[in-house]
Design a protein around this ligand. Sequence first.
Ligand code: AHR
Length: 526
Amino acid sequence: MRHCSSRTLWLAAVLLCASAVSSAQIESVDVRIDPAHPGARISPDVFGQFAEHLGTGIYGGIWVGKDSTIPNVRGIRSDVVAALRALKVPNVRWPGGCFADEYHWRDGIGPAASRKSTVNTNWGGALEPNSFGTDEFMDFIDQIGSNAYLSINVGSGSAREAAAWLEYMTAAATSTAGQERAANGHPQPYRVKFLGLGNESWGCGGSFSPDYYVNEMRAYARFVHNFNPVQTGELAMQRIAVGADGNKTDYLESVMKAWHEKVWAWDIEGVSLHSYTSAGWPPAHPSTHFGEDEYALLLADTLHMEGLISAHSSIMDRYDPEKKVTLAVDEWGVWLAPLPGTNPGFLVQQNSLRDAILAALNINIFARHADRVRMANIAQMQNVLQAMIMTDGARMVLTPTYHVFKMYIPFQGANLLPVSFDSGHYSFKAVNLPRLDAIAARQANGHVALSLVNLDPTHPLTIHAHLNGLQIHSAEAQSLTAPNVDAINSFDEPNAVVVKPLASQTTGGVLSLTLPAKSVAVVDLQ
Ligand code: AHR
């Protein structure tokens, strides 16, 4: 199976694929990077996160309260902040998810004593104390060095309520709304980089018909203003409309058609796509103690993201050939059966080496579509679904997926470079997958970052990387692997799956390394 990451080389790749001889026996692969034809910039926002009021995603995972014995700054736990700062998280989507369409922001501002408790109807009927509200979220964003992606309540709120929320966050301290914010401790307007105009309005966000949603969405896009004077031009807030539910594209068609025919009074900058890897619904696959069947099945399922994005991009191209509107994959990740003994409404699952490999494959797909996919948010940040971090009281552990996101930092803002290679096959029972996946990108410092994913769980692979027309002088490689596909980091054994240096040699301008079985490697080439 031959794989070329350049969209321009796509047709050539198809022809080569058709003529490729089965390469199941290949033990060594030449990876050719073409530095002369840089592609689109990989937006850092593709590495976005999602933190919903769900289970212990916020309470326990971020917020422990000012009086907690767990070290914290203004109630926000310091270990989690340090781990996320190191991840260079570009944006955090909050407060949901389904939660967002029942969230009323006034419940979560002002003195602690005046906060109203509500019921989290979407997620286990848990008590929502509203101790973590707008000002706490903005403090958290500031502490981790990230940007806010606010999801506003279109389902059960109003354009007026959402407009007032944005006014509270962004208006000058001389205005009434700004004075209220200042009284709550923040005279300076906040920045809101992204604004989600509802969440899953085809489902938990209201079950609206596409036409009804488009009418609502237009009003929110028109009336919800960002008053922060620094948010103009390049820094202007970007509005993301609700798009498709996986391969159900009626919303995408309606939103893009409306955008194509829009008048001056409103605009959007993006449309969302939600797609989880679950290999069936409801999610029933275990997150621990599984073998190669589950490994191959879930990887095969996740690779559907490629076809999904291609299909969505072609719909968007019909209305927007200049690719002005971003496709924001603002919920993705693996959704597995709840861990036994946990509240099923809290969506707690473990996070294994398999899930880290799956994350790398998705990021590679997003990067190959960097001209259209300029934003993505993995679900979710702490303790929920495919989390970066898991906490239990004072304890914290970094998941294998966290390590992949950290390894990929060099790709944030780098320019995609075409890569060609003969991927070979990894087959297990009825599942047939490419054995190797790879992307490359040129960073601002001139270095080339190369990511290599060996999907084969038993066979290592020798890679010879060539920088066409140029010599590789030096390389530094690191990889993530473990003895088993279901290896996890637990509170008792937090370093079972960690990044390690990977040996490589550079001879005659060619880099050689052996990619371990079931691994993700990132190489810095000069
Ligand atoms: O991420 C969990 C839930 O999945 C979100 O709240 C919702 O938007 C989606 O259905």
